[in-house]
Design a protein around this ligand. Structure first.
Ligand SMILES: Nc1nc2c(ncn2[C@@H]2O[C@H](COP(=O)(O)OP(=O)(O)OP(=O)(O)O)[C@@H](O)[C@H]2O)c(=O)[nH]1
Length: 374
């Protein structure tokens, strides 16, 4: 009898010890989760949030693999990340997908995480870049207002790490915080960008250029690679309006903007500066490169077969270029550098117009203390 009680007490003690361990472990996880979430909530840009999720979730849960799938039907996420110079195409673990059928199929409209042994036929789409497949996984849907934003996918090389019927409270909580952060940031980015876009041509407006030129100059000082600027102006645009009407003029403006954009790289900055003027910033481009791109833009526009009401309408453009070389930079403030770069390109454009239009003129490397000298 006494022996039975001792054994029972021993079992109970062990059980309580186990419970205590679990409580301590959970409380530690909760603390780590809270600090993870506080940092996540403090991030500003989409690129920062994505990078943080991919790198820090791995540490938080001591995982082997983390991937993040995001639904990007209209390529908005890709555009936002490109303009922030975030290498989303090569970032391991990040997947942008155009349609949400992959989420609907896997989660089957169930808002709960899915977990268990890794089955390639179901899960490989969520871990495509991994050379070694996980043995067990947990996939948490990221949902806001009934819409799939994507999924957070965690993998372990241990088959007993994620087993069916395991509690998923922590991961569910984390997925809902991530969903709110991602949704808010996407909304803010969209508002920010739409207020910086010219509605007629769909390219950035002057306000955007004024913000970006300072960022591009700062990057150029860091990388020690030159930054070039093109100032473009449609020739005799008033005549187009006068002869064909304002609507035809608008149509030509949109065509020209699209044609310029086609000649640029994703991370070049194109903006409508005003009226029939555009400004382009070419990162990592020297004088020669800028001249070549400007010439390509000019000749493509001259070759456009623009027609209004069946009538051919020749359109040409004049371009002035300028280049900022960080190795020749003075200590002038970034705003002075920005103004000098744009003013030099504008002065070269004036020369191009004066010499007969439909041409490119190069003002060379800008001295960023130009304004002080003037
Ligand atoms: N259709 C249309 N016209 C615009 C818009 N913004 C400015 N313009 C017109 O663009 C014309 C610009 O004319 P000017 O500055 O005289 O220059 P230009 O005729 O292009 O001549 P050069 O630049 O010297 O070759 C004006 O007639 C403006 O009314 C716009 O959004 N839509």
């Amino acid at each position: 009898m006494e022996k039975d009680i001792t054994t029972e007490l021993y079992v109970l003690e062990n059980y309580l010890d186990g419970m205590l361990d679990r409580v301590q472990h959970n409380s530690l996880t909760l603390k780590r989760l809270q600090s993870f979430e506080m940092r996540l909530l403090g991030l500003d840009t989409l690129a920062e949030i994505i990078e943080y999720i991919l790198s820090e979730t791995k540490t938080l849960f001591a995982l082997d693999i983390v991937s993040l799938c995001l639904q990007d039907a209209k390529d908005e996420i890709a555009d936002y990340l490109t303009s922030d110079h975030y290498p989303y195409e090569t970032r391991e673990g990040l997947l942008l997908t155009k349609d949400d059928s992959v989420f609907k199929r896997v989660f089957d409209f169930n808002q709960r995480p899915l977990l268990g042994i890794y089955k390639a036929e179901i899960y490989s789409a969520f871990f495509p870049t991994e050379s070694l497949s996980p043995s067990s996984v947990i996939l948490a849907p990221l949902i806001r207002q009934g819409r799939y934003l994507g999924s957070l996918n965690l993998g372990s090389y241990r088959s007993d790490r994620f087993i069916r019927n395991m509690a998923t409270d922590f991961i569910e909580h984390l997925a809902s915080v991530m969903s709110v952060c991602l949704e808010n940031t996407l909304i803010i980015e969209t508002i920010r960008r739409t207020s910086l876009i010219d509605p007629l041509t769909g390219v950035n407006n002057r306000r955007f250029l004024e913000q970006r030129i300072e960022e591009e100059l700062a990057r150029c000082m860091r990388t020690r690679l030159p930054l070039s600027c093109l100032f473009l102006d449609i020739d005799f645009f008033k005549r187009i309006n006068d002869n064909f009407g304002h609507q035809a003029g608008d149509h030509v403006l949109a065509l020209i903007a699209a044609s310029i954009k086609k000649q640029l790289r994703n991370n070049d900055v194109l903006s409508r500066f005003g009226g029939e003027e555009f400004v382009v910033l070419l990162a990592e481009s020297d004088e020669k490169n800028a001249g070549e791109i400007a010439e390509r833009i000019r000749s493509n526009i001259a070759a456009l077969a623009v027609e209004i009401n069946g009538q051919a309408m020749p359109v040409t453009i004049s371009i002035g270029t300028s280049t900022f070389d960080p190795c020749q930079a003075s200590t002038s403030p970034v705003l002075a550098k920005a103004n000098a770069l744009i003013q030099s390109a504008d002065a070269a454009l004036y020369e191009a117009k004066r010499e007969g239009r439909n041409r490119v003129k190069n003002s060379g490397v800008v001295l960023d203390n130009l304004l002080k000298q003037a």
